[in-house]
Ligand binder design. Structure first.
Ligand SMILES: [Zn+2]
Length: 324
């Protein structure tokens, strides 16, 4: 069965990596992350396009758009031109990242949220072209809590304290960001929208169920949140996967954007081992019933029926990202 990793940033251009994808019948959906307002992030786009052109059955890609240039009255138009070029170059979706809501401030000093009217023409362009909006809005709830060793995101916030929001009341709350995201989803009922990382509702599958019931145009990907799933009762998570089997896309969020020829072979080997661990741990968790350990978390596998496994690993990605 072809498996699609629908959330990844992997420049898998080495013969070893390509052979691995072939052997395991894997397709990767590579994603751009716009971290600046002048196209610096497009370096990755170049890699993703080249991979998708050379190996269309192994790679697809998702573009993004520059962060706001508030002084530029043609900002939205320029973003739309870029998106239209990217759609022509095969992009199946557009990503909006957590910096919208958590980092970007408007000229008046207030936070810019993802439902800001400045972005409306850009979002409408995605909808007009029948593409999908991938939203990484906010962070796991743990981002707003004290750091606890052994919890799933401890390592990330230890390494990236700039993104750890505990004790920073001047920043947006998790709740406020969820509100802005939900407002955006409600405003575009004909646009397919995907909440990356279980839509930052990883702490309780019931929170996602509420959104699925409210918004038929909304789905989630599993990326980078295996530990959070392992922290919840496997019976409850299994029920969630069965109930919403058409709305969940498998993804790892493995990050390795360098052309592999530029990576030291020993490091590349290590990196690749981690990619395999991620892939194998998810497979064991979703398909098996034995205990799965990932990081400090451990719980029973979900043992999903084959028909649901097929949707999560393949059909849902095709359904929610047409053209992939
Ligand atoms: Zn990612």
């Amino acid at each position: 069965m072809l498996r699609i990793d629908a959330h990844i940033h992997f420049n898998a251009d080495s013969p070893e990596a390509l052979a691995h994808l072939e052997r395991n019948d894997l397709k990767l959906l590579n994603i751009c992350v716009a971290q600046d307002s002048h196209g610096g992030w497009r370096k990755d786009a170049g890699h993703w396009i080249a991979l998708a052109r050379a190996h269309p059955n192994r790679f697809g890609w998702i573009t993004s758009f520059d962060l706001p240039r508030f002084e530029d009255e043609h900002y939205a138009e320029a973003c739309i031109e870029g998106l239209e070029r990217d759609f022509h170059d095969g992009a199946v979706g557009v990503k909006i990242w957590k910096n919208i809501g958590m980092e970007v401030k408007k000229p008046d000093g207030s936070w810019m949220y993802p439902d800001d009217p400045l972005l409306t023409p850009i979002v409408e362009c995605v909808e007009r072209h029948g593409k999908t909006l991938l939203m990484h809005i906010a962070e796991p709830l743990g981002c707003w809590r004290p750091l606890v060793p052994g919890t799933p995101h401890y390592g990330y916030y230890k390494a990236h304290p700039e993104w750890h929001m505990y004790g920073k009341p001047e920043n947006a709350s998790h709740e406020r960001l969820m509100e802005a995201r939900d407002a955006l989803v409600a405003r575009h009922p004909r646009l397919r929208m995907i909440g990356a990382h279980f839509a930052s509702l990883e702490y309780d599958v019931a929170e996602m169920a509420t959104r699925f019931e409210a918004y038929p145009n909304f789905a989630v990907d599993t990326s980078a949140r295996l530990g959070d799933m392992l922290m919840q009762d496997s019976k409850k998570v299994r029920r969630f996967f069965l109930d919403f089997q058409d709305r969940i896309l498998y993804g790892t969020d493995y990050v390795n954007t360098k052309p592999q020829a530029e990576v030291n072979p020993a490091v590349a080997k290590n990196d690749f081992a981690y990619f395999r661990e991620l892939t194998d741990s998810w497979w064991a968790y979703l398909t098996g019933t034995a205990k799965v350990k990932f990081g400090e978390q451990e719980n029973e596998g979900l043992g999903l029926p084959a028909s649901v496994v097929e949707k999560v690993y393949f059909s849902n990605a095709r359904l929610w990202y047409p053209g992939l």
